[in-house]
Design a protein around this ligand. Structure first.
Ligand code: MF3
Ligand code: CO
Ligand code: CO
Length: 294
């Protein structure tokens, strides 16, 4: 018997397509501080990791809009649809709900969500290439509303996925949920990565190491870093009032990656396909509250 291949047969590797013009955001929608970028301002601030109740309440609103946008985009994932069309749907949904699409012009990212197909790990730029039957599509949406961000990602399929790809997504979701359940006050943030990595290892999946969860709130990316594997440096203690994401990326092969010349798109070096799920969370005395549930 031969080993299952990490690269599904019959699908050519991903390649860059054409990126459409910058989409407009109505003047009535409040922009994050980095739009437009000012030379004297950083992309992100060093927010206090423990947020006020007022900020958390705003994050519930931003998180819910991000979750609804994620799922609305997901309903349109199908063979023949381009990721640019998915970006248009996400963009319009967010602005109709009074939100700014946080990725649009963040560090000069040109689109309103990240769409990462097959062996693309993350930060895929929506383009004009149509999805094909069996493709695995990670849709990562972030909404900025009332001064705070809500960040979430889900894995969808165009048509019918191969069984090993379907299982990869299901188990990546389960890995995220185990990380969320482990996120309790008094523990170091390393417990999150420990349970994610232990679960992924059961199935021989690769765990991407260089793209992590992060503090979120008034800043898009801030402290603490949430490594998706057992990282000894992850000694920060989890506290009530913290808000951060958990966003594991698991592969059917290895964890090595390369960046495309566009400066954004991350692809697995071995071409193995990838799933990712992400929630924004608020830590309470009893555990993690999911801010990006639909
Ligand atoms: N939403 C991604 C995350 O989960 C970040 C995307 S940043 C971008 O952290 F610039 F690529 F859009
Ligand atoms: Co994130
Ligand atoms: Co995200």
């Amino acid at each position: 018997m031969s080993e299952p291949s990490p690269v599904p047969s019959g699908r050519e590797p991903m390649r860059p397509g054409r990126i459409s013009a910058l989409r407009d955001v109505p003047a009535s929608i409040v922009r994050p501080h980095y739009v437009p970028k000012r030379p004297d301002q950083p992309w992100d601030f060093d927010d206090p990791p423990v947020k006020t109740a007022e900020i958390v309440e705003k994050m519930r609103v931003a998180g819910r809009i991000a979750a609804l946008a994620r799922d609305e985009v997901g309903r349109h994932v199908a063979p023949g649809v381009t990721t640019d069309e998915l970006d248009r749907i996400g963009h319009e949904f967010l602005i109709e709900h009074g939100a700014y699409p946080s990725t649009l012009r963040y560090k000069d990212f040109p689109k309103s969500l990240c769409s990462s197909v097959n062996e693309i790990v993350c930060h895929g730029i929506p383009d004009d290439l149509p999805l094909q039957d069996g493709d695995v599509v990670k849709i990562d949406v972030t909404a900025f509303v009332d001064g705070v961000h809500g960040d979430t990602c889900a894995t969808f399929f165009a048509g019918s996925p191969a069984e090993d790809v379907r299982l990869l997504s299901e188990r990546t979701h389960e890995a995220m949920m185990r990380g969320i359940k482990a996120a309790r006050p008094g523990r170091p943030v390393s417990v999150i990565g420990r349970v994610i990595e232990a679960y992924a290892k059961r199935f021989g999946y690769g765990v991407i190491r260089d793209f992590t969860g992060h503090g979120v709130g008034p800043s898009f990316h801030t402290r603490p870093t949430i490594w998706p594997y057992d990282e000894p440096r992850a000694t920060t203690l989890i506290e009530p009032g913290m808000t951060f994401t958990i966003e594991p990326m698991l592969t059917l092969g290895g964890y090595a990656w390369d960046m495309w010349d566009d400066g954004w798109t991350i692809a697995t070096r071995d071409g193995s396909w990838v799933a990712q799920w992400e929630h924004s969370l608020h830590i309470t005395e009893h555990g993690a509250e999911i801010l990006t549930a639909a």
